[in-house]
Design a protein around this ligand. Structure first.
Ligand SMILES: *[C@@H]1O[C@H](CO)[C@@H](O)[C@H](O)[C@H]1NC(C)=O
Ligand SMILES: *[C@@H]1O[C@H](CO)[C@@H](O)[C@H](O)[C@H]1NC(C)=O
Ligand SMILES: *[C@@H]1O[C@H](CO)[C@@H](O)[C@H](O)[C@H]1NC(C)=O
Ligand SMILES: *[C@@H]1O[C@H](CO)[C@@H](O)[C@H](O)[C@H]1NC(C)=O
Ligand SMILES: *[C@@H]1O[C@H](CO)[C@@H](O)[C@H](O)[C@H]1NC(C)=O
Ligand SMILES: *[C@@H]1O[C@H](CO)[C@@H](O)[C@H](O)[C@H]1NC(C)=O
Ligand SMILES: *[C@@H]1O[C@H](CO)[C@@H](O)[C@H](O)[C@H]1NC(C)=O
Length: 287
């Protein structure tokens, strides 16, 4: 048999029933609290239609007063045959808290802080009663008694999320943890800056690209780019031919110059031989 109080006013009890229990047996439950008797509101049944639990809501619990639970097995063939089982609980010890409220993340003094508010409770709401656990993606779960926790790393991993759960520990012994709160995403200062920076760079690139395109259209540089490239060998041939012509032209000039110089300087010598020698020296005989 186990019972739980949750969401302040909800009360569940469940029990096991042996498979070999006779057909004519049914289980009923009721409880006494603060002098009043309460019958089960809604039974939870198994496949054989036996009651295996009871769900109740909108119950007001006095946290320090006892709940006297009565579970009775009754035999329908003989109404005088019944067997009762009794158990007593203190409401606070079987309370499952709701997850902590308003879990949020803030940047404080260049570090990341996770804040929350304690959940409502049927018992003492003294801050000292609560124990919390903080779970951050891939990190070890940490126990916290404050209502905040400083994230120990300045650069959180990608997609980092924080969750918090609570239970009573100091004021009362309770083993039942609340569910984890909804994950809250942690954005580190640097992560945000990197995101901003990359977005800015991206926009700048797009803008510059657009500008280039516009300029290209304006000054038709695209035409130059898209113009067909002449065959490379043709290109080289043309260039080479040009060069030879140029060289020939230069040589003619040099030859003429040599002739004139020779004519002036060596006028007393045999003009023909000297001229031939000069032509030989300059290597321009063939021209
Ligand atoms: C918790 O209790 C409140 C108020 O009694 C109710 O409105 C809400 O639906 C309950 N939540 C769940 C999960 O049952
Ligand atoms: C309590 O019982 C109801 C009805 O079976 C079920 O919907 C609910 O999840 C149970 N809650 C807890 C906390 O066991
Ligand atoms: C327990 O419940 C059964 C069945 O309702 C009842 O006959 C019995 O008197 C109850 N026991 C107490 C102590 O109230
Ligand atoms: C009904 O149960 C009582 C108590 O166990 C027993 O004395 C009696 O004989 C039973 N009656 C029948 C008809 O089985
Ligand atoms: C949680 O936040 C809501 C809205 O921001 C606010 O109305 C509520 O009072 C807060 N709860 C607690 C316990 O601080
Ligand atoms: C921030 O840190 C400085 C130095 O470590 C400290 O003096 C100051 O009180 C801190 N402020 C807050 C709001 O935590
Ligand atoms: C956290 O608290 C729970 C409950 O008191 C305890 O069982 C556990 O050992 C603690 N964990 C650490 C790391 O202190």
């Amino acid at each position: 048999l186990s019972c739980i109080i949750y969401n302040i006013s909800f009360f569940n009890c469940t029990w096991n029933i042996k498979a070999e229990a006779p057909e004519d047996i049914q289980i009923f439950s009721s409880y006494r609290h603060v002098g009043k008797l309460f019958e089960c509101q809604q039974y939870i049944k198994n496949a054989r239609k036996k009651n295996i639990g009871c769900h109740m809501k909108e119950i007001y619990f006095q946290p320090s007063r006892k709940i006297d639970l009565n579970i009775t097995a009754r035999d329908f063939r003989n109404n005088s045959r019944e067997l009762s089982y009794y158990k007593t609980f203190t409401p606070q010890t079987i309370e499952k808290l709701n997850p902590p409220n308003n879990v949020s993340v803030s940047l404080e003094n260049r570090s990341i802080k996770i804040h929350w508010k304690p959940p409502p409770t049927i018992g003492s709401a003294n801050n000292k009663c609560f124990l919390y656990q903080v779970k951050i993606t891939d990190l070890k779960i940490v126990n916290v008694t404050e209502e905040n926790y400083k994230y120990p790393f300045h650069k959180p991993a990608n997609k980092c999320a924080a969750q918090v759960r609570a239970k009573k520990e100091i004021c009362i012994r309770n083993k039942i943890w609340s569910e984890w709160s909804e994950p809250v995403v942690i954005h580190g200062e640097k992560t945000v800056n990197v995101l901003l920076l990359s977005t800015t760079l991206f926009c700048l690139l797009i803008f510059l690209g657009g500008l280039l395109m516009y300029a290209c259209r304006r000054y038709s540089c695209l035409e130059v780019i898209t113009m067909p490239v002449p065959h490379p060998s043709d290109n080289i041939k043309t260039w080479l031919t040009d060069e030879t012509h140029h060289q020939q032209h230069m040589s003619m000039q040099m030859e003429m110059h040599s002739e004139v110089t020779v004519g002036i300087l060596k006028e007393n010598r045999d003009e023909n031989t000297e001229q031939q020698k000069c032509l030989k020296d300059s290597g321009l005989e063939d021209l």
